[in-house]
Design a protein around this ligand. Sequence first.
Ligand code: MG
Length: 253
Amino acid sequence: MRTLIVLGIGSLCFGWAIAAGELPPPEATEQWTPLPPVIAVPAGGVPSDAVVLFNGTNLDAWEPVRSGEPGWKIEDGAMIIAPNPKPCDQRTKAVFSDLQLHLEFRSPAKVEGAGQDRGNSGIFFMGLYELQILDSWQNPTYVNGQAAAIYKQHPPLVDANRRPGEWQTYDVVFIAPRFAPDGRLLAPARMTAFHNGVLVQYDAVLRGPTVFRGEPHYAPHAARLPLVLQDHRNPVAFRNIWVRELTLPETTP
Ligand code: MG
């Protein structure tokens, strides 16, 4: 009881000290400018400052990575990897650096193949750094190659896959690597990703561009490069793809 009384008196004294002005007024730590840009975010829609890469109607934002090869097809508002004797990835005509991406994908409802040969595609940020797309519903493979893995580098934090044939979402923040003028790596690429709304990659540091064999290594490249979707011979479908280019406060590498 005596302790409680002492604590109570102490609290009263602390409150009195604040009232007496020993701390700065609350206004001293309020920031009023610059105002964040105002954007419109319609419910279930696309933010007004986004670049729409596919809205279900045309492939105008895309081109095959090898000129002369066909683009993918559109069916029921979805962009689908078309059968092609020579698989051909598709890239955006626009180039990007740091960005926020929203993309929806669907593995074929009819399950064919296993492991890496089932619903495989991928998002290559800057055409170099792959966030894996795979039908990973009850489909064992190496964990740093399953859906939502940063391929051969980081397994997802959890397995948030839906069944084949169901639409799924990726929401990703990709931060491009920074290189000095002499080509030295100043800061590696980083990625945070949500799969079906669930955190699967948190500020993951990439060790270099995605490679199938061996260890990745950075090599200097352009500051802005296209986004690429992978053709892995599986008819994966895509819809509602948009990006927001990010201008983040500069940090010291
Ligand atoms: Mg892939």
